[in-house]
Design a protein around this ligand. Structure first.
Ligand code: C2E
Ligand code: C2E
Length: 182
C-alpha cells in the first residue's frame, strides 16, 4: 500500500527533529562533561561533593546525552558547578554584535533612581571615580572608555552589550550608541 505523501513527510520531519534533539543533547552532555573535568571532579566526586544531590549515574547519563536534562535541573547544575548557566549550553554565549560606546557620560540622577540589584556595581564604580576626583557636583560623570571594559567584565557582558544595557536603563543617552561611521 502506498503511504500518502503528507504522512510520509510528517514522519520525515519528526525523524529529523529527533535527530536534531539527539545531537543537541550530545553537545550539551559534552559541555557538561568538560565543565566537570575542568573542576577535576569524577562522576563519583560530583555525587560526594553534592552530598548525594547529584547521583553519578544520572549526571553520567546527562553527559552521554542519554537522558534529557530539564531547564530547572540545568540551572541547578550550573549553580552546583558555580558557572553561569549559559556556560553549560553548547553554543555558549552568543555575542550580540553590539558596538561599545566611545564616549561614556553617565547620567548620575538616573543612576540613583534605579534598583541597586541592577546598577549596584556601576553605582559603586561611579562613586569611586567621583571620590578619586573629589568631584561630587555633576549631574553627569564622564568616565574613560577603558572603564567600560572593566565594567563589562563585572557585568559578564561584552562592552557592546553593556552599552545597550546602559542605554536601556537610561543611564547613557541613545546617542552613546556609536554610528556606523564612528
Ligand atoms: P591619574 O590617572 O594619574 O590622573 C591625574 C590627573 O590627570 C586627573 O586628576 C586629571 O586632572 C587629569 N586627567 C587624566 N586623564 C584625564 C582625562 O582623560 N581627561 C581629563 N580632563 N583629565 C584627565 P583627577 O581628575 O583628580 O583624578 C585623580 C585620579 O583618579 C586619576 O589619576 C585616576 O587614577 C582616577 N580617575 C579619575 N577619573 C577616572 C576615570 O574616569 N576612570 C578611571 N579608571 N580612573 C579615574
Ligand atoms: P576628555 O577629558 O575630553 O578626554 C578625551 C580623551 O583624551 C580621553 O579619553 C583620553 O584618551 C585622552 N586624555 C585626555 N586627558 C588625558 C590625560 O591626562 N592623560 C591621558 N593618558 N589621556 C588623556 P578617555 O580616557 O576615554 O576619557 C573620557 C573622558 O572621561 C574624558 O574626556 C574626561 O571627561 C573623563 N576622564 C577620564 N579620566 C579622567 C580623570 O582622570 N579625571 C577627570 N576629571 N576626568 C577624566
Amino acid at each position: 500500500m502506498k503511504i500518502p505523501a503528507s504522512v510520509d513527510s510528517a514522519d520525515g520531519a519528526k525523524e529529523m527533529e529527533n535527530r536534531r534533539m539527539g545531537d543537541y543533547a550530545k553537545a550539551l552532555g559534552a559541555k557538561l562533561r568538560a565543565i566537570r573535568q575542568q573542576q577535576g571532579l569524577s562522576l563519583h566526586g560530583v555525587e560526594q561533593k553534592s552530598g548525594g544531590r547529584w547521583k553519578a549515574v544520572v549526571v553520567g547519563s546527562y553527559e552521554r546525552g542519554d537522558r534529557a536534562v530539564t531547564v530547572q535541573k540545568l540551572a541547578e547544575l550550573a549553580d552546583f558547578y558555580g558557572v553561569p548557566v549559559v556556560e553549560l549550553l553548547p553554543e555558549g554565549r552568543v555575542p550580540s554584535g553590539a558596538e561599545p560606546a566611545t564616549k561614556i557620560v553617565i547620567n548620575l540622577e538616573r543612576l540613583q533612581q534605579l534598583p541597586a540589584e541592577k546598577v549596584g556595581p556601576l553605582a559603586r564604580y561611579a562613586a569611586t571615580i567621583q571620590s578619586q576626583r573629589g568631584d561630587y557636583n555633576g549631574k553627569v560623570l564622564s568616565i574613560r572608555t577603558e572603564d567600560l571594559r572593566s565594567l563589562a567584565i563585572i557585568y559578564d557582558m561584552t562592552p557592546g552589550e553593556l552599552t545597550e544595557q546602559l542605554i536601556d536603563w537610561g543611564v547613557l543617552p541613545p546617542e552613546a550608541r556609536p554610528s556606523k561611521e564612528d
